[in-house]
Design a protein around this ligand. Structure first.
Ligand SMILES: [Zn+2]
Length: 294
């Protein structure tokens, strides 16, 4: 039997104590999450916050795989997974939620089976669909935090605009070849908090930026970036540490260098600026294009 310091369950997570929160844990939960509960920044209250959190992952691919497995392992109580693709042999070099035995099966089914094998206590809702103007706000409504793990700009802009309109925190990661980027966007949190369009005002012309299927990606790079993304989601839920809002993490795996770049809100931003013109998603047309996961 492991040792739980007396009163550890009453330690407050730095995210603040919600008096209405259910702090009852089973013996199994206490054992499963003991290394979290021992952390002063998490404690029992933080673990209860994780259990009550609702996080949506868009893409069950190279980023979504470690993201899903770590959030499920961490006890994030409600996780949604959006993907309309099936497992292909070319996915397995990086999409570690899927196995050779799951070739041809829907990625949401394959990934959820793997995550539930790690932690059957969390609820994982499959959304086997392609996000578009017609359904994205309805899907987002059930969640507090959205994670982007897609590999094309039309979908990234649609997800960002929907998050701004619905006031959802967006934890976004991207990879290409040997490079990774990560940031958190939550302009609803107040001054100094930019959105994705403050970084990229508009999608680049078609074909200018290659996708991973055109340019390639080192599989382990998606693993690192998806795991960093999971870490930032957990920090946002717990309200601990320094948020990545207002900063962009850039990683060059070949030189093994991380850099953090300051990102300020763009006063001319059409989505979150003082004179924002984005009032709905009509500018995105009927479909967002292919929502392939990285
Ligand atoms: Zn903005």
């Amino acid at each position: 039997m492991w040792l739980l310091p007396q009163g550890a369950l009453l330690v407050r997570g730095a995210g603040g104590y919600d008096g209405g929160m259910n702090l009852d844990f089973s013996e199994d939960e206490i054992s499963r999450y003991s290394r979290h509960i021992l952390l002063r920044e998490v404690g029992g209250v933080g673990q209860a916050q994780l259990r009550e959190a609702r996080v949506l992952l868009v893409g069950a691919g190279g980023l979504g795989s470690p993201l899903l497995m770590y959030l499920a392992a961490a006890g994030v109580g409600t996780i949604g997974l959006v993907d309309d693709d099936v497992v292909d042999l070319s996915n397995l070099q990086r999409q570690i939620a899927h196995t050779t035995g799951s070739l041809g099966t829907p990625k949401v089914e394959s990934a959820i089976e793997r995550a539930h094998a790690i932690n059957p206590l969390v609820r994982i809702a499959p959304h086997r669909t392609r996000l578009g103007v017609e359904n994205i706000l309805e899907v987002f409504a059930e969640y507090d935090i959205v994670c982007d793990g897609t590999d094309n700009f039309p979908t990234r802009f649609l997800i960002s605009d929907a998050c701004v309109l619905a006031k959802k925190t967006l934890v976004s990661a991207a990879v290409l070849r040997f490079d990774g980027q990560l940031s958190t966007f939550k302009p609803h949190a107040g001054e100094g908090c930019p959105c994705y369009r403050c970084l990229y005002p508009a999608p680049p012309p078609d074909g200018l930026v290659p996708t991973c299927s055109e340019a390639g990606v080192l599989g382990a790079v998606t693993g690192v970036m998806g795991t960093l993304q999971a870490t930032e989601v957990l920090k946002e839920i717990l309200g601990i540490g320094e948020s990545m809002s207002g900063r962009v993490l850039v990683w060059d795996a070949l030189s093994a260098r991380f850099r953090t770049i300051k990102l300020r809100p763009d006063p001319a931003c059409i989505a979150c600026g003082p004179n924002a013109t984005l009032k709905d998603l009509s500018g995105h047309g009927d479909t967002a294009g292919p929502a392939c996961a990285i």
